[in-house]
Design a protein around this ligand. Sequence first.
Ligand code: ADP
Ligand code: ADP
Length: 226
Amino acid sequence: MAAIEMKNIVKQYGDGFPAVNDVSIDVEDGEFLILVGPSGCGKSTLLRMIVGLEDITDGDMVIGGKKVNDLAPRDRNLSMVFQNYALYPHLTVYENIAFPLRLANKPDSEVDEKVREASKTLELDEHLERKPGNLSGGQRQRVAMGRAIVRDAEAFLFDEPLSNLDAKLRGQMRTEISRLQKRLGITTVYVTHDQTEAMTLGDRVAVLKRGVLQQHATPRELYENP
Ligand code: ADP
Ligand code: ADP
């Protein structure tokens, strides 16, 4: 069973051309899927429909074998990592990672155990008392992922997380995300308009054009058959 199944997904805003037009994609358990294409091709809209931030006009979204069309974002057990990471500047790294557990009213002992475990995996254990403003870009990225993993989410979703960074840092962060994703083995859907990012990060790449799925293949297959 695929972790995420998009079945004939359509999104129509108003009466214009569909932003997403009959897209079907399976994301396997532990797979890193890239959604790529030019600005306006429907990538963010598709990602937002997976997360539940956007209603689906037609088709079915199935996560972990369960149809989620009518489920609110908080009931889908997914973790979205935003472009600016959306960290709380006044909270420590510890409390930033703990945040979803606090929201869920978990007992302190459980919060502590999960935060320690995540920060060890992410090599943040020496920075737990620092605030985001004093961290490097890479460390902030790891805090954002820490917050995502303490929830035991079914998947990570990234919307152009690196597009505000300069080329050098972007390269470093790309390596970092790829390494962490493989280590955690968590299903990931990642939106970008950057071809290089798509070809270096993805296990598979889904290419969208004007809302239509053009190709869905491994980077190697795309190189050999562009
Ligand atoms: P991408 O992420 O690939 O840049 P989007 O998913 O943001 O593309 O947008 C796809 C299309 O849907 C574009 O034509 C965009 O203008 C349109 N669109 C996106 N969001 C809305 C909205 N809230 N209302 C109306 N049209 C929208
Ligand atoms: P991106 O290309 O980074 O996805 P956009 O500029 O397409 O960013 O979208 C930014 C926000 O504006 C999104 O929340 C999207 O839903 C909304 N939006 C995009 N296009 C339209 C549109 N034609 N009408 C109304 N809202 C839109």
